[in-house]
Design a protein around this ligand. Structure first.
Ligand code: PAF
Length: 261
């Protein structure tokens, strides 16, 4: 596995791949590091479905609306590299902010409907930051397929929309949420929960999936002591999903599940 801590190193490799890998596929897994079993499942799937697997690790500052959250974001590079290697990754791109934002974020992608709802309503500018960095990464990697977890379903929908709107030549592969044994959706932020909150956190998914309406889930969560950002049911194509976000101290958790409306 090769670590590219400068973008130029990857871009040179990419030029080489273009020459030597005609007709071969590249699977891409974009991350902000602090890898967990959910990320590993994306890398393993990319490994099964492609000739070359590329992972990016970049804690993208433009998608953090809260500087405290950015400062606290877990950084575990050594463990991440070991996990990526074991999962079958070939290349890891680990750029810094200056390499990713040579324009100082003067140019950005924004979407005006879905990105203003759910998480977007509570985290101003968040999805502009996500879409901008993902567009940059897609151009840098030039992948055949890119893998995204359904825990960030709103992000996934927005990326699908961007790919369609800008005719980007990459296939978006949605991957099911990976959960801990007690039902908590895997997230890099889970490691920041204190012991008591970690014990309590699975009630979030239980309330979302067992309630008969979004209003009931919101009430259950509030009664259970959660600080609720939102719970909403939204139809996506033929199915409907219930989306929720709660805060436990300084940690914000999101989750979603399919529901019958
Ligand atoms: O889901 C994430 O980890 C991030 O939002 C992403 C897609 C890597 C962009 O920074």
């Amino acid at each position: 596995m090769i670590l590219h801590s400068h973008l130029d190193s990857w871009l040179e490799t990419r030029r080489g791949l273009t020459d030597s890998l005609t007709g071969k596929s590249i699977g891409f897994v974009p991350t902000m590091g602090a890898l967990h079993a959910g990320h590993v499942s994306l890398i393993e799937r990319a490994r099964r479905e492609n000739d070359v697997v590329v992972l990016s690790i970049f804690v993208n500052p433009t998608q953090f609306d809260d500087p405290g959250d950015l400062a606290q974001y877990p950084k575990t590079l050594e463990t991440d590299l070991e996990m990526a290697r074991k999962a079958g990754c070939d290349h890891v791109i680990f750029p810094n902010e200056t390499q990713m934002y040579p324009d100082g974020y003067r140019y950005r992608v924004s979407e005006n409907e879905l990105s203003k709802t759910l998480c977007g309503a509570h985290r101003p500018g968040h999805f502009d930051g996500v879409l901008t960095v993902v567009l940059k990464l897609f151009h840098i990697v030039q992948a055949t397929r890119a893998y995204f977890g359904e825990k960030d379903f709103q992000q996934l929908e927005l990326i699908r929309g961007m790919v369609k709107s800008f005719f980007l030549p990459v296939e978006i592969v949605p991957c099911a949420i990976v959960r801990e044994g007690d039902g908590l959706a895997m997230s890099s932020r889970n490691t920041r929960l204190n012991h008591v909150d970690r014990e309590h956190a699975p009630h979030f998914h239980q309330a979302l999936s067992s309630a008969t309406s979004a209003a009931e889930a919101r009430r259950l969560l509030k009664e259970d002591g959660f600080d609720v950002d939102y719970v909403e049911d939204i139809a996506f194509g033929p199915s409907a999903r219930r989306f929720g976000a709660v805060r436990m101290g300084a940690v914000r958790l999101i989750d979603n599940c399919e529901v019958q409306l």
